[in-house]
Write a protein that binds this ligand. Structure first.
Ligand SMILES: Nc1ncnc2c1ncn2[C@@H]1O[C@H](COP(=O)(O)OP(=O)(O)OP(=O)(O)O)[C@@H](O)[C@H]1O
Ligand SMILES: [Mg+2]
Length: 195
């Protein structure tokens, strides 16, 4: 019996069903508000090198974030997932969206000849996706542990910022010692800094 695992599975299913039901105009409008808040953060302003996920299936949309960060002169990396090892590689992005194509699960990732691996310790800020979050910064992902493994390899100074709709916030997300907590959550309504 694995209660935490079962609780995670149930919560994941509930939130994902609700999120996939959001109409496209709602996703676009909430995403724009979330990205606007992100771009106003000092943490963003002072970051030189950032990594962001590329959205799929009604996740908070990050296309505008990528474009703005590149035009603001930041070094921007995106993840490349290896499904067999459940590992992420950070890859520097030169041209958006030209360097990208759909990869594992249909998520955009760098084309093979556009992969430029970056040491995770060079990242100042990581924009993290997720399924559900609580006010303590606990994060429920898709269940592969990709981000839990990846975030361990970043610098102790790196900031982990999650983007989510208010509907993805829960009273309590079940967590284990391997789950990496977020430093900040941004929703369409607010910025939540975790102590
Ligand atoms: N640092 C780690 N080293 C080894 N295994 C890990 C590590 N972190 C998580 N795992 C394992 O990965 C599996 C999935 O973890 P979990 O359910 O927390 O995924 P998740 O956080 O929802 O997924 P993701 O991070 O991909 O969005 C679990 O079996 C967990 O024990
Ligand atoms: Mg986890």
């Amino acid at each position: 019996m694995n209660t935490a695992h079962q609780l995670k599975h149930k919560l994941r299913k509930e939130v994902l069903e609700a999120r996939i039901a959001l109409p496209p105009h709602v996703v676009a409008e909430k995403s724009a508000r979330i990205i606007q808040r992100f771009l106003e953060l000092d943490e963003y302003r002072y970051a030189s090198t950032i990594m962001t996920y590329l959205d799929f299936r009604n996740e908070v949309q990050t296309g505008e974030l990528v474009k703005r960060a590149m035009s603001d002169g930041k070094r921007v990396a995106v993840p490349l997932a290896d499904p067999s090892s459940c590992m992420l590689t950070a890859s520097s992005l030169n041209f958006y969206p030209d360097d990208l194509e759909p990869g594992a699960w249909g998520i955009l990732e760098p084309k093979p000849n556009c992969v430029r691996p970056l040491d995770p310790r060079e990242l100042d800020l990581i924009v993290v996706p997720g399924v559900a979050f609580d006010m303590r910064g606990n994060r429920l992902g898709y269940g592969g542990g990709f981000y839990d493994r990846f975030l361990l390899r970043t610098s102790p100074q790196a900031l982990f910022i999650a983007l989510a709709y208010e509907m993805q916030l829960c009273d309590r997300v079940p967590s284990s010692s391997q789950d990496v907590r977020m430093h900040c959550l941004i929703t369409e309504e607010r910025v939540i800094r975790i102590n």
